[in-house]
Design a protein around this ligand. Sequence first.
Ligand code: G6P
Length: 491
Amino acid sequence: MLGDVQPIVVANRAPLALEPADHYRNTPERLVKGAGGLVTALSSLAATTHALWVAVARDDSDRALASRGDPAELETDDGTVYRVSFVQPPLEAYDLYYNVVSNPLLWFIQHYLWDLAREPVVDTATFRAWREGYVRVNQMVADRVVAEARASTLPPLVFVQDYQLYCVPGMVRAALPEVRIQHFVHIPWPTPQYWTVLPKPIRDGLLKGLLGCDLVGFQTSRDVRNFLMTCEENLGLTVDLGARTVRFEGRTIWVRNYPISVDVDSLLAQADTEEVLAEEERLLSWRPEKLILRVDRTDLSKNIVRGFLAYERMLEDHHELHGDVQFWAYLQPSRQDIDDYRAYLGSVLSVAARINRKFSRGGWTPIRVEVDDVMARALAGYRQFDVLLVNPIYDGMNLVAKEGVLCNRRDGVLVLSENAGSHEELGDFALSVNPFDIDETAEALYLGLAMDAPQKAARAERIRETVRAADINRWIALQVQDLRDLIGGTG
Ligand code: G6P
């Protein structure tokens, strides 16, 4: 598919991370797949096309990996080999880029997380973080991409990823006017009005950066519309909503949606490994008759607290379920250098503890919270749930919804937020909820647990079919095809 070009994937995160030895679990130091939906989706592209992956070194273990070569040839514990070139910004610049601008500022805007009466407070520190953090790190990344593109014997095809790197396409375009650049935004694109929370130099700067692309990709058709309207309203550009294009500096930029997905075959194979089956055995030793599962990073957008409140409501209404049901929240710690994230994890744990105090009896605990990040354990949970709760406030796609149902062995029911990107594809076969509505979510959890076997099987099968038909290979193929068709060749 990409034999005649050199793909260069550009993302904040590398596709892998160094996991330290764990004496308790008896595992040695090893290289494992990195966290989050972006890495999950792109690692197969990188591995199968021998792409070069340009990433930002996030911590000491990334810096240790960077010292293994440039690019470093790195092999994960499942035998996949990646070529990774790490950019190593000064620590302070990285902190401003990641902990001040990307998360929370941009992430919060794009998931509508600000409580606008109070936050954000934009001041001199914000502008300094923008200039000395975000723009500086983006420039370092762009410089590395330009160097790699110039060194390549094949025509480069640059795939920039996500909100941490909005300025990269414009910077690469300035140095290499002819290069083909695509940027995929993994998270929601909000309305033009909501972007005006950011001061004009910042919001215009990141939009113009993105417009350095030939093609900008989003998860859903709603994101595409919002992006085009943002170009029109906030920058005064000419857009064509029908053709889904925008004109900028004499070029036409195509804007399309490609719902991201999973690598079906490799995920199913992974869900059948010894390690997962051993985790499943452990799970079977404690699982109750009915298991509700959620698997999420501890991110505010995931709406974990309201999920517990809905479960509490269900337990209040259905005493007959006491003792027979358990809600297992398997949570991956995320962005703990940011105050709001630490506080959020604190409230997740305290709400779960309160509900457990209220209902526990005779050895039954209604909620089991585990804060950990073991892929095999998440996969064992996927195999075993009766109801999977995916209720984000807003979410770009949410791959847990796809992965979970695909791996499940019990025709479990998906309870899905109408504001998850995956709702556009899976909503008809899930139980849809408004993520803010506790009663509706409680009712959906109950209906999921009570649903009869034929209906459960029919819904689960439709979701599995949908995911199989549009897996990650299709996601990649459609983008590459569009780049070739719309722009007329890759050379
Ligand atoms: C989401 C974002 C990714 C990010 C991931 C994990 O999936 O879209 O860009 O990499 O979360 O977050 P982290 O900040 O730990 O990289």
